[in-house]
Ligand binder design. Sequence first.
Ligand SMILES: NC(=O)c1ccc[n+]([C@@H]2O[C@H](COP(=O)([O-])OP(=O)(O)OC[C@H]3O[C@@H](n4cnc5c(N)ncnc54)[C@H](OP(=O)(O)O)[C@@H]3O)[C@@H](O)[C@H]2O)c1
Length: 328
Amino acid sequence: MSRKYRWGILGPGRIAHQFAADLQLLPEAELVAVGSRSRENAEAFGAQYHIPRRHASYEALAADPEVEIIYVATPHIFHYRDSLLCLQHGKAVLCEKAFTINAREAEQLIAFARREKLFLMEAMWTRFQPALIKLRELLAAGTIGEQRMLRGELAFRAPFDPSGRLFDPALGGGALLDLGIYPLALAAMIFGAAPADIRGVAHIGATGVDEQCAFMLQYPEGQLASLFAAVRTAAPGGAVLLGSEGRIEIHGPLYRPESLTVIPEGREPQIFPTPYRGHGYLYEAREVMHCLAAGKTESETMPLDESLALMRIMDTLRRQWNLRYPTE
Ligand SMILES: NC(=O)c1ccc[n+]([C@@H]2O[C@H](COP(=O)([O-])OP(=O)(O)OC[C@H]3O[C@@H](n4cnc5c(N)ncnc54)[C@H](OP(=O)(O)O)[C@@H]3O)[C@@H](O)[C@H]2O)c1
């Protein structure tokens, strides 16, 4: 890439640390600004990553003329508000998953970005990592024949904290939006994002969010995905894709798989290690810069129509569970 892109980070929390560290591995990226609700956080984060411009409000970051791309890393419930703020100031936006809390917000955000011809992408980082690039190659080569069924999970046991991001409905808590999105996005990458039938069950915990959920999707040609997610119960993670001529096992947590095993019918299994650089976030950041360099306002690998379709599926599931967020 012939020039450097100037990044800002909005919401310097847990995940923003990992993203900031990964940006520093990319010679084409320069982390020039951070915006926090508090001066103290902005200063501390800025000092840790040698970020020169430290803003004590999200508005000031969005308005900073030195910043071209903003990574939005606030809790789900604020993604719409914070991404819109950045777009309104003409910035390119990479917004953490889940993209928004519902399809209505996603539609409005996408419409604004498209109208203003600004770049916008959901930070579905896994899709750009070596493991999923390899998986797409294997599928394109017909390695396991026709893809028929997917089983996938992402679940861990977080300490119960009613006011924490994972449990507080006011922050968009729950397993589906936080973790279920990963197996769901994987299913969409394999089978498409328009299932013909969607059915889910969930256990709603004391704070009113889904602490564990399981859901099945059926696609127009009969393919099935059986997926689950949980924030109070740990699972090994991973997925198995079953085809007409074998299967592919995806190992490691579904947000950042570590290897794939291809087991063709009647032949020896083949293991493909898929190591990643840094924490695995640099690939999505690189995608944003590649798109901008090519004059694109959307990624073809993680398109906005797909982010919207994923939000619609999650809306359908939450309707089945009577789960609404306070802003809905
Ligand atoms: N891609 C991944 O692997 C991955 C992993 C974890 C999380 N995520 C996503 O990243 C986003 C942030 O997750 P996180 O775990 O980093 O969250 P977090 O640490 O709880 O919060 C991130 C930051 O959001 C800001 N914030 C703004 N309003 C807030 C409020 N009312 N309460 C709490 N924080 C508020 C805070 O920054 P200031 O106060 O400094 O402004 C906070 O540090 C979520 O959408 C999550 O799904 C992605």
